[in-house]
Design a protein. Structure first.
Length: 174
């Protein structure tokens, strides 16, 4: 089986950060991400990767059976490695913390290299409108599994909560 060419070919890395719009689906396109526990865990994985400076996330939305993310990866890393990190950490933690049995993610993902501001804005709008088109919310900031909602929470002064805090399993250390 031949390998498809990708616009994110790591052999073409220039050493400069690159921005991508990425979509990845759940195994069998099942609605695995509609579970508050797994979706919350995925948000926590994204946050931890950003805190570790693995990449920069501009926008994301977690739909019941797929994830869209607009992110910038460092010039010395590939989008393949970064997606492997996200999906791998999410799967590992779901098995360990939620006792999820089976596969969460479909193999592979699709990506579009963002090369200009118009493309960036177009893909950002696509992410924001995705839950509205799916009739899961009437406005982007109403959908709790997207960056628009989290940005609104941050603007209003609400503290971002971890997966454990959302599920009441955090131990408070004085």
């Amino acid at each position: 089986m031949s390998r498809p060419s990708r616009p994110s070919d790591p052999n073409n890395a220039t050493g400069r950060p690159r921005t991508f719009f990425v979509t990845t689906a759940t195994a069998g396109k099942r609605n695995l991400l509609q579970s508050e526990r797994i979706a919350g865990l995925l948000i926590d994985v994204l946050r931890s990767c950003v805190r570790e400076s693995k990449f920069v996330i501009h926008d994301f939305v977690i739909m019941p059976n797929h994830l869209h993310v607009l992110l910038t990866v460092p010039g010395d890393l590939s989008i393949e490695k970064e997606m492997q990190l996200i999906k791998g950490r999410c799967s590992f933690r779901a098995r360990r913390e939620v006792e999820f049995k089976g596969e969460i993610w479909q193999r592979g993902f699709s990506d579009v290299r963002i090369t200009d501001e118009a493309s960036f804005d177009q893909h950002r709008a696509y992410i924001e409108q995705n839950p509205i088109r799916a009739r899961l919310a009437s406005a982007p900031e109403e959908y709790p599994l997207g960056s628009a909602y989290l940005k609104k929470q941050k603007r209003t002064g609400a503290k971002a909560q971890s997966y454990e805090e959302l599920n009441g399993t955090t131990k408070v250390v004085p």
